[in-house]
Design a binder for this molecule. Structure first.
Ligand SMILES: Cc1cc2nc3c(=O)[nH]c(=O)nc-3n(C[C@H](O)[C@H](O)[C@H](O)COP(=O)(O)OP(=O)(O)OC[C@H]3O[C@@H](n4cnc5c(N)ncnc54)[C@H](O)[C@@H]3O)c2cc1C
Length: 241
C-alpha cells in the first residue's frame, strides 16, 4: 500500500494506479476530535484544490494558551491581560495570562468526520480502492492460515490504524485507552476562530485543563484524560450521553 489517496488526491510520486492495489478496511468513527492542524501536517493546497472550506470546514485559526482563575474572579480585567480583541467570547474577569501558540499562517482546522468522509469518498471514486466495511478480528502473517468462515483481506503491506484498539490486533504494541470526556456546545452567537489550551484554577490546588476548539457553528470542549481504561469493543460502544 502506498497511499490511501490514490489518483488525483495522491501526493505520492511513486504511486502507480495500475501497479498498486489498495484496500481499506473501514469501521465506524463517531468521535469528534479537535481537528487542529499544524502547517507541516497538512498543506493548505489540498483544501484549496478540493474546496476544503465547504467540504470539511477547513479554516485558518489561531491557537492560544490561557491561564484563568475561577476561584478568585475579577482580580484582573480583559484590558489587564490584553487578550486579542476578537477573542471576545471568553470571560475576561477570570483570565490571568495568555500567550500565542501559533498564528493563522501556521495553524488550521478541519472537521475530522467531514474530512475523513470526504477523503474516503475520493478514494472510492478513483476505482483503485477496495473498501471493505467491518471489524478485523485477526492479523495472519502466513498465507497458509485460512479460516474458511472468515472474509480474508490479503496484502504484502498492511497499515494498522485502529488507534487505541491497536493492542487488540498487535498485543505487543503498548497502546492503551485513556478515558477523557468531551462536549459539543452550540454558542448563542458565532465565535471567532480560535483553539484554546487552558489551565483554570477551580480551587486551591485544583486545576482543570480543557481544550476548546471553536468551529463555524459549534465549539468542541475536550477535557483532559482521567484514567487508563479498557477500551470498549468497538467505537460504537464508546459512551455517548
Ligand atoms: C478529544 C480529542 C481531541 C483531539 N484533537 C486533536 C486535534 O485537534 N488535532 C489532532 O491532530 N489530533 C487530535 N486528537 C488526536 C486524534 O484524534 C488522533 O490522533 C486520531 O484520531 C488518530 O487516528 P487513528 O485513525 O489512528 O485512530 P482513531 O481515530 O482512534 O480510529 C481508529 C478506528 O479504528 C477502528 N477500529 C478499531 N478496532 C478495529 C478493528 N478490529 N477492525 C476494524 N476497525 C477497527 C475504530 O472503530 C476507529 O474508527 C484528538 C483526540 C481526542 C480524543
Amino acid at each position: 500500500m502506498h497511499s490511501i489517496l490514490p489518483h488525483a488526491t495522491s501526493t505520492v510520486p511513486a504511486y502507480d494506479p495500475q501497479g498498486h492495489n489498495t484496500g481499506i478496511n473501514w469501521s465506524c468513527e463517531r468521535r469528534n476530535a479537535g481537528g487542529l492542524l499544524s502547517r507541516w501536517a497538512f498543506p493548505s493546497e489540498l483544501a484549496e484544490q478540493y474546496n476544503g472550506a465547504e467540504e470539511w470546514a477547513y479554516r485558518r485559526l489561531q491557537a492560544v494558551s490561557l491561564e484563568g482563575n475561577l476561584f478568585e474572579t475579577a482580580r484582573v480585567s480583559k484590558v489587564d491581560v490584553g487578550l486579542p480583541n476578537d477573542l471576545d467570547w471568553v470571560r475576561p474577569d477570570i483570565m490571568e495570562s495568555w500567550y500565542s501558540l501559533s498564528r493563522e499562517d501556521s495553524t488550521a482546522q478541519v472537521h475530522p468526520y467531514k474530512f475523513t468522509m470526504f477523503m474516503l469518498q475520493r478514494t472510492q471514486e478513483s476505482g483503485a480502492v477496495n473498501l471493505v466495511q467491518g471489524k478485523v478480528f485477526k492479523l495472519n502473517y502466513s498465507a497458509k492460515i485460512i479460516n474458511p468462515s472468515s472474509y480474508i483481506l490479503k496484502g504484502d503491506k498492511i497499515v494498522v490504524t485502529v488507534g487505541p484498539w491497536t493492542s487488540h490486533l498487535l498485543p505487543t504494541c503498548p497502546v492503551s485507552g485513556f478515558l477523557a470526556h468531551s462536549i459539543t456546545i452550540t454558542p448563542s452567537r458565532p465565535v471567532s476562530a480560535y483553539a484554546l489550551v487552558t489551565e483554570i484554577m477551580l480551587a486551591k490546588g485544583k486545576h482543570i485543563s480543557p481544550e476548546i476548539y471553536a468551529r463555524k457553528e459549534k465549539a468542541d470542549i475536550c477535557g483532559e484524560g482521567v484514567k487508563v481504561v479498557q477500551v470498549p469493543d468497538t467505537a460504537d460502544d464508546v459512551e455517548l450521553c
